[in-house]
Design a binder for this molecule. Structure first.
Ligand SMILES: Nc1nc2c(ncn2[C@@H]2O[C@H](COP(=O)(O)OP(=O)(O)OP(=O)(O)O)[C@@H](O)[C@H]2O)c(=O)[nH]1
Length: 400
């Protein structure tokens, strides 16, 4: 019996073990299928990630292109940029009052050698003949001109002799007075930009190209706008399109209006239109920038003469400003002579005084033309044009 029971138990155990094996093998079989999901093997861990990441950027450009296409090409990008360019439209120029004081440091820097040189020579214990000659040379080197130099030296000699013993302060005072006298404090340096008859003041700006004529016209427009005037600019320098562009840029910066013609067009007709528009707009001033090439004197005469005649058909010229580059020294004087023969110069603008130690040209050119220096250029900056003031000029020369 026991044997029978034992046989049954063994049979049950054996069957149970076999059943477990069968179930186990059945469980393992479904597992292999996952391996076939082995395409993962073709795409090793890194690649699928790259693929997944790549999908996102791919979608982004597609969206952008769609968005750009729909509103009409790349226009939105272009439209967004111009407002930033147009953003700084109208500037408020610095007031003109006290400009020379602000720019005095620049003037001192360029002209101080002259003043210092003279003061050093004058403070020598013995003012002998050699010293006076050195004083003369210093003045001549600074382009003061022969006649004015001799006058200054004579007057100084006389005053030093009368004074007897002298302190550096006294000498400085004497020199200051004599220099101011030489520069001409009594000259009327008003830039006439108003018209007595009530129309716009008409200013013609002449000078050789490169002297800073266009820049000066632009700077002057700023000065006038700063003082509350409305200004029209006439780009009658039609020889170079860039000159008209340059002028227009200056005008746009302060909200002034520009009248221009085609490149190579008739300068007189641009000047005419500028005055006409200035009158129609009831502007306060019309500034006309001319080309004034010194190819031949006859050519210059023809051109400027015609501009002048045509403008004066509508209104008289209130101011004719001659722009001279202070760094050109004697050349500037020759130019001044030629222009003075062609048009009636009423004022001189001396540019680039920040770039030369030869500030004496102020004195020489006034003597040459009998016309006052009214404005001076002391840098390339938009507000680096100042009314000329003899005292401030001489003080900058002598330093503090
Ligand atoms: N340092 C300095 N540079 C100046 C001054 N005035 C003008 N300039 C520079 O001189 C150069 C010539 O100036 P323009 O105004 O173009 O001369 P332009 O006589 O009108 O010559 P075109 O434009 O050819 O008719 C420019 O680079 C100006 O910035 C000044 O007072 N000081």
């Amino acid at each position: 019996m026991d044997i029978v029971i034992l046989a049954v138990v063994i049979a049950v155990v054996v069957l149970g073990a076999l059943g477990g094996l069968i179930v186990g093998s059945r469980r393992k079989k479904p597992l292999p299928p996952p391996p076939p999901a082995a395409p993962d093997i073709t795409a090793p861990p890194t690649e699928p990630h790259v693929g997944e990441e790549a999908e996102t950027p791919r979608e982004e450009p597609r969206r952008t292109i769609e968005e750009v296409d729909l509103p009409g090409g790349p226009a939105p990008v272009v439209v967004e940029e111009p407002p930033t360019v147009e953003a700084p439209p109208i500037e408020i120029p610095e007031p003109t009052a006290g400009r020379l004081i602000r720019l005095r440091a620049r003037l001192s820097r360029s002209q101080n050698a002259l003043g210092k040189g003279l003061l050093t020579l004058l403070s020598r214990e013995h003012l002998d003949e050699d010293t006076w000659e050195e004083i003369e040379d210093t003045l001549l080197t600074a382009d003061v001109g022969v006649q004015p130099t001799q006058e200054l030296v004579e007057r100084l000699r006389e005053r030093v002799r009368v004074l007897g013993t002298r302190t550096p302060e006294e000498l400085r005072g004497l020199l200051r007075q004599e220099l101011i006298t030489l520069v001409g404090p009594e000259m009327d340096r008003t830039v006439h930009t108003e018209n007595a008859a009530g129309g716009p003041g008409i200013v013609m700006v002449v000078g050789v190209n490169g002297t800073g004529k266009t820049t000066t016209t632009g700077k002057l427009a700023r000065v006038l706008v700063a003082d509350g005037n409305t200004v029209v600019l006439g780009a009658a320098d039609t020889f170079r399109a860039a000159a008209a562009d340059q002028l227009q840029t200056w005008a746009e910066r302060v909200g002034a209006h520009t009248v221009r013609g085609p490149e190579g067009g008739d300068p007189a007709s641009v000047a005419f239109d500028a005055v006409k528009e200035g009158k129609e707009m009831a502007a306060d001033a019309v500034l006309i920038d001319t080309a004034g090439r010194l190819h031949t004197k006859t050519g210059l005469m023809d051109e400027l003469g015609k501009v002048k005649r045509v403008v004066e058909k509508q209104a008289p010229l209130d101011e004719v400003l001659l722009v001279l580059d202070a760094t050109t020294g004697q050349n500037g004087l020759i130019q001044a002579r030629v222009f003075a023969e062609v048009v009636d110069i009423t004022g001189i603008v001396l540019t680039k005084l920040d770039g030369t130690a030869k500030g004496g040209i102020v004195i020489a050119v006034q003597r040459e033309l009998g016309v006052p220096v009214k404005l001076i250029g002391l840098g390339e900056g938009a507000d680096d044009l100042a009314p000329f003031e003899p005292e401030a000029f001489v003080d900058a020369l002598l330093g503090d």
